[in-house]
Design a binder for this molecule. Structure first.
Ligand SMILES: [Zn+2]
Length: 375
């Protein structure tokens, strides 16, 4: 059943909050819409936080040509939503997410057979995968439309190296699809990668810190310290020297040491982490290097963080940076997902990363767009 415009706006707002709470998305990564008639739908705006959306910020878009009323820009993926409403008359609610496990599975670029009866009831026999296209491009829109035209009975679509689209007959149904897909994807990931809790050897604490004008506060080994960035006393511990070095680059406001299991595992391979997922390239960086024996190579760490938001530390996880606390946490979360994708790729011998050109283009656009946004 389609919704009245008021009801659609209200449901899109509550779905945004529900998605953020469910852990399926973080910040505004993803988009949500509800059908209001056979000609229109209401969709989340581009780049505004889900937690504080108001009905005035939800944009009503025409299915036929994606034109919209008012001066708030709808999500840049409005074309994909419009195509789905056109091609699937029974779909009334769409959620696009970058949910962790289903996104990781998308890197294989294959349709997934659903075996479990409980999952089949919600997802159907197969979850189809749309071929790759960079987000917000005509190419991606075309690829998703192809996948849906070929399999109009699909409840959900994987977008290769990107995320998912869940298409329900109402809000609850779309959520059920997203959550079931994530549960199934997690099981498949664990089957491929094993859920062995490898003994992680003692990891050095590289601390976390935040900048306050000319000083920074460092929390390390359970203690808190404050240092002036340019005036470090002679006996300053190496970890503090490292944080000061990173702040001297001028772009970081926060630094965290990620010791997530997936990140530590990838850091122990000593590799350069090339992106399998769009958001890793956009938000963290394109080729994330592993610095050998971290504290001995402090200069190498800060060099890596000049144009990227993370650097891997051999056997010891990664350091992530960002302008704000939430940016830094986001970088750390995306890095964890990017590392999970890398482990999944190694387990299944998947080698088709996002091309270097596509990865750099996305990083460039993300940095340019983000630097213009008010925060
Ligand atoms: Zn997306």
């Amino acid at each position: 059943m389609e919704y009245s415009i008021e009801k659609a706006k209200e449901l899109v707002i509550s779905a945004g909050k529900m998605l953020a709470e469910s852990g399926l998305i973080a910040r505004t990564w993803g988009n949500i819409s509800a059908r209001t008639s056979d000609k229109k739908f209401a969709i989340t705006p581009s780049g505004l936080a889900y937690e504080t959306l108001t009905p005035e910020q939800i944009v009503v878009v025409n299915i036929a040509d994606c034109s919209y009323d008012g001066n708030i820009k709808p999500s840049s993926e409005k074309g994909i939503h419009a195509d789905i409403y056109r091609l699937c008359p029974e779909v009334n609610f769409i959620i696009h997410t970058h949910q962790v496990m289903a996104s990781v599975l998308s890197i294989e670029g294959k349709d997934i057979e659903v075996h479990n009866d409980e999952y089949k009831r919600i997802l159907g026999d197969k979850v189809h995968c749309a071929a790759y296209g960079i987000s917000s491009t005509k190419k991606l829109r075309k690829r998703v439309a192809e996948a849906i035209s070929n399999y109009p009975e699909s409840q959900s679509i994987l977008m290769k190296n990107h995320g998912t689209i869940c298409m329900g007959f109402n809000l609850e149904h779309s959520f059920e699809i997203a959550l079931t897909l994530e549960k199934m994807a997690k099981e498949m990931y664990e089957t491929a990668c094993g859920d062995d809790k490898e003994q992680i050897t003692q990891i050095l604490d590289y601390g976390k810190s935040w900048r306050k004008e000319d000083t920074f506060i460092l929390e390390c080994d359970g203690k808190t310290f404050e240092y002036r960035i340019d005036e470090l006393p002679k006996d300053t511990p190496k970890v503090a020297l490292l944080h000061a070095d990173i702040y001297k680059l001028g772009n970081a406001g926060h630094i965290i040491h990620s010791t997530d299991e997936e990140v530590v595992k990838v850091s122990s391979t000593g590799k350069v982490l090339r992106p399998f997922l769009d958001d890793l390239a956009q938000i963290v960086g394109v080729n994330i290097k592993t610095v050998k024996k971290g504290l001995i190579n402090m200069k190498a760490i800060s060099k890596e963080l000049k144009n990227k938001n993370a650097v891997l530390l051999e056997n010891e996880g990664a350091l992530c940076t960002g302008a704000t606390k939430s940016d830094t946490e986001a970088a750390s979360m995306i890095l964890r997902k990017g590392c999970a994708a890398d482990l999944y790729a190694s387990a299944l011998n998947i080698t088709d990363h996002i091309s270097i050109a596509d990865a750099y283009v996305q990083r460039f656009f993300y940095i340019t767009k983000y630097s213009k946004m008010k925060r």
